[in-house]
Design a binder for this molecule. Structure first.
Ligand SMILES: Cc1ncc(COP(=O)(O)O)c(C=O)c1O
Length: 369
């Protein structure tokens, strides 16, 4: 499939056929495609300065950092800017090693954190890991949502626990809300850092800027990418002042991280989420999805939170995905469960769009009977 144009939640192929993009351009386009605020910010910045590295001060970077820190849970006041999710996770893992002097990481089975070596080492999906062994030593895996399993995995060498607050690639798996509070307390007690990979859960998809706020827990680091700049490549790590001080100038860096265009896109994205009241919409829309799709006979389970949703079917997800595509809807499948469809639509999605999707899915499932 080729996509040549996008606007709002629609995209078009070269023949002019339109699709409703419930996959959000791969969980990225929180504002929808080519949102005017984003187009304007990138255009205006490109006229002023396309690039200079972070070796110099940049006003647009300072504004983007300020907005990011204002959106983050209270203690996370420092930002490291990079270009992608995996780079944000690599940074957080390096920081954890430096800060604690230990190299063990506890990650979750079926969790996904990226494709470079450290991120892959803490990714709990065998299909992605196996061909690249040996990966980094010292990684141990626990069951997501299970504190006993986390306690078993932790040892004297554990520097940090890393997890996705909702395991998206695995099939939109959630953990009991109390798991996060217990995990936070346990990490404090054991002097272990807690890292939330919010590359998918961040920037409004759960009705809060971050899942950390949804679960009312402040981790020591949050890694961000995907929605952070509405589709312009960017990533960031949010950390406490204390964590930020562990690393001296020059010990870690990135040429393109925090570049002017990425920061202009980030500033516009964060501003638009706030000004347009998009967070409040997500909760209502999420509740609507839950109610509506719970009534679909062949949907065995509606998963996830807000606009990060999974539907478990009694038929292979690939068939449903193909049928939906023919009806003009783009959705994703999951890596760990072949019968789960995932959607992560833009925050601007309307109730009518969801209703239309529901009707098309009902029709498709009747045709497939
Ligand atoms: C939860 C999570 N972490 C990390 C990554 C890696 O991000 P990137 O592809 O930007 O490196 C992804 C990408 O899908 C992701 O979903």
């Amino acid at each position: 499939m080729a996509i040549v144009r996008g606007e709002g939640i629609k995209v078009w192929d070269p023949e002019g056929r339109s699709y409703t993009d419930l996959y959000g351009g791969h969980a990225v386009t929180v504002l929808g495609h080519s949102h005017p605020a984003l187009v304007e910010a990138i255009t205006e910045q490109s006229r002023k300065l396309i690039f200079y590295s972070n070796a110099v001060y940049s006003d647009v970077r300072a504004r983007a950092c300020k907005r990011l820190v204002e959106a983050a849970p209270g203690k996370l006041k420092k930002v490291f800017m990079c270009n992608s999710g995996t780079e944000a996770n690599e940074t957080a893992l390096k920081m954890a090693r430096k800060y604690t002097g230990k190299n063990g990481i506890v990650a979750m089975k079926e969790g996904f954190h990226g494709r470079t070596v450290a991120s892959l080492s803490v990714t709990g999906i065998d299909r992605y890991r196996n061909q690249f062994a040996p990966l980094l030593e010292g990684t141990r895996f626990a069951e997501f949502g299970n504190m006993d399993s986390v306690r078993d995995a932790v040892d004297g060498n554990t520097a940090a626990v890393i997890l996705e607050p909702v395991q998206s690639m695995a099939g939109m798996r959630t953990a009991p809300p109390e798991f996060f509070g217990e995990l936070r307390e346990y990490c404090v007690e054991k002097d272990i850092l807690l890292i939330f990979d919010e590359i998918q859960t961040g920037f409004g998809r759960m009705g809060k800027m971050f899942a950390a706020q949804y679960y009312n827990v402040t981790p020591d680091m949050i890694t961000c990418a995907k929605g952070i700049a509405g589709g312009f490549p960017a990533g960031a790590v949010l950390l406490t002042d204390e964590m930020g001080e562990t690393i001296a100038m020059g010990e870690h860096g990135s040429t393109f991280g925090g570049g002017p265009l990425a920061c202009a896109a980030m500033e516009a994205t964060l501003k638009t989420i706030r000004l347009d009241g998009l967070l409040a919409r997500v909760k209502d829309l999420g509740d609507h999805i839950q109610q509506l799709f719970n009534t679909v006979d062949r949907v065995k389970e509606v998963r996830g939170v807000g606009l990060l949703r999974g539907f478990k079917f009694d038929i292979p997800a690939k068939e449903v995905q193909k049928g939906l595509m023919e009806k003009g809807f783009i959705v994703g499948t999951a890596v760990s469960e072949p019968d789960v469809i995932r959607i992560m639509p833009p925050l601007i999605t309307a109730k009518d769009d969801i209703d239309e999707f529901y009707r098309s899915m009902e029709k498709l499932l009747t045709e497939m009977n």
